[in-house]
Design a protein around this ligand. Structure first.
Ligand code: PLP
Length: 521
């Protein structure tokens, strides 16, 4: 990498292009190069009009002041704004193109959601406002809770968990509480090999031992192996359905019956609910607890790590243990919210709170807007189109890419390929990097772990056929370059703002602070 020049830019983007002189700025028209913020900083520069230094700090602050200034980059406000805006233009986003990340359900976020979430009555309320002043917000939460109970056929829902993994913890803690309530010391949770890493992590965090359940040759839970392992030490199972190989667990009802028969509970990882929403009600399958990633199934933006929202639906058996606030179906058929102050009388076995206040209000408004604008029929269509799109990708590429479970029939919402038989020593990583040069965000790679060199493509229902055809053509082109032994693919990407990184070094020795010319620490 070139050293920054005097103005801070790294003119590497223009180097190496035959016949063209590099630009002096390092920029190429709207392809903007950008240095690290520490390289742009000038000592003493600030965007804030502080009191003059020689007036000294306020006497009451003496004793808590730092002995030396923090190593923050000094930039004026316009410099800071431009830095982040320039960087944002090097970023890929769902509003620029498809995000085919398997397991993540990166669908288009309708602008209507944003409009509703930004309405002052929702956006400007404070969690400590008197309840009488926020009936509308509570009605939104309640209406969404009704929809989630109806769509899943479950008994109650906890709206507070802040993400899928947090919802898993909530559900598993409810299972633990149910076992404790009956004085049953079961301590093992069974998890399939193909599970998302959060599943065993959650069970372990909640104090359970985790054991793997093997898969069958067609990528599904081995029912015979599972049944054979059931016994008085098994607290429950955590099963993702549709699973992370993109397949529907056809034996789910038999699994639930077997686990219940042996005294355990069934947790379903519902992150893939997008594929079955409006088609299958998890409650009808016998599931006891399931989180719903509002930020996947019901749109809402979730690039860059959040915010998310992971409400948990519970069966009648587990509902008494649901966290507060909790929304449940009552004997008279009504569905009502139980608040903390009523828990002692109405919900005495609750595990307590999973989060302060009511949860992620902005996600609730977006998810409910999405649900109401689609309607029940539209949600069913979402699932059908997601499955259709994934099968279109699967069948359009299974002549050039190995599809490990392609012979087992149609997939659900995501198409799974592997690097088996990849020619000339090329790997999944090379294919993913080649896709970056094609202008696409790569698919999920090397997950699920049960498939060697996995490539998991989830197109979602919001991509058109023309859009899918462009993606398929690009992926096919990259695979054909590998087949033809095109060595340049080994060092792709070539057209991205940065070349291929040493990912191990980047993870192990991140450069977090820049101190002038000194070695980074
Ligand atoms: C996304 C996902 C999770 C975790 O959800 P977060 O909201 O990221 O915590 C769990 N399981 C599966 C299968 C997922 O795809």
């Amino acid at each position: 990498m070139n050293a920054p020049n005097s103005s801070g830019w790294r003119p590497e983007m223009t180097s190496g292009e035959a016949g063209l002189a590099p630009t002096s700025s390092g920029d190429r028209a709207l392809a903007l190069e950008e240095a690290l913020i520490f390289e742009l900083a000038a000592p003493g520069t600030t965007g804030v009009d502080f009191d003059h230094e020689d007036e000294g700090p306020m006497p009451e602050l003496a004793g808590i002041l730092r002995p030396s200034p923090p190593a923050l980059p000094g930039l004026s406000e316009p410099e800071a704004v431009r830095h982040y805006t320039r960087l944002s233009r090097q970023n890929y986003a769902i509003d620029l193109g498809p995000f085919p990340l398997g397991s993540c359900t990166m669908k288009h976020n309708p602008r209507l959601n944003e409009k509703v979430a930004r309405m002052p009555g929702f956006a400007d309320i404070h969690p400590l406002q008197p309840v009488e002043t926020v009936p509308g917000a509570l009605a939104v939460i309640n209406q969404l809770a009704h929809w989630l109970i109806a769509l899943t056929g479950m008994h109650g829902v906890a709206m507070t968990p802040k993400a899928g993994a947090h919802g898993e913890l909530c559900g598993i803690l409810c299972i633990k509480a149910a076992l404790e309530a009956r004085g049953d010391p079961r301590g093992v949770i069974l998890v399939p090999e193909s599970a998302h890493g959060t599943n065993p992590a959650t069970a372990g965090f909640a104090g359970f031992a985790v054991e793997n359940i093997p898969a069958t040759a067609d990528g599904r839970v081995d029912l015979a192996a599972l049944t054979a392992r059931l016994g008085p030490d098994i607290a429950g199972v955590m099963i993702t359905n549709p699973n992370t190989c993109g397949l529907f667990e056809r034996d789910m009802k038999a699994i639930c019956d077997a686990v219940h028969g042996a005294g355990g509970y069934v947790y379903c990882d519902g992150a893939n609910f997008n594929a079955i929403v409006g088609k299958v009600r998890p409650g009808d399958l016998g599931i006891d607890a399931m989180h719903i990633n509002l930020h996947k199934t019901f749109s809402t933006p979730h690039g860059g790590g959040g915010p998310g929202s992971g409400p948990v639906v519970l069966s009648e058996a587990l509902s008494p243990f649901g966290p507060i606030p909790f929304t449940a179906r009552y004997e008279d058929g009504s569905i009502r919210l139980i608040e903390e102050e009523d828990a002692g009388a109405e919900h005495p076995q609750t595990i307590g709170r999973m989060a302060a206040f009511h949860g992620q209000m902005g996600m609730f408004t977006r998810a409910l807007t999405y649900i109401l604008s689609h309607g029940a029929d539209g949600l069913r269509q979402v699932a059908e189109d997601a499955v259709l799109n994934a099968n279109y990708v699967l069948r359009s590429l299974d002549d050039v890419l190995e599809a490990p479970f392609g012979g087992a029939g149609p997939c659900m919402h995501e198409a799974l390929f592997s690097d088996a038989g990849m020619a000339n020593g090329f790997s999944t990583l090379d294919i993913a990097k080649g896709l970056i040069d094609e202008g696409f965000h790569p698919m999920t790679v090397y997950f699920p772990l049960v498939v060697h060199g996995a490539m998991l493509v989830e197109p979602t229902e919001t991509e058109s056929k023309a859009g899918l055809d462009r993606f398929i053509a690009s992926l096919r082109h990259v695979v054909e370059r590998a087949r033809a032994g095109d060595a340049t693919l080994k060092s792709a990407p070539h057209f991205a703002p940065r070349r291929r990184l040493d990912e191990t070094l980047a993870a192990r020795r991140p450069r977090l602070v820049w101190r002038g010319d000194a070695e980074a620490v």
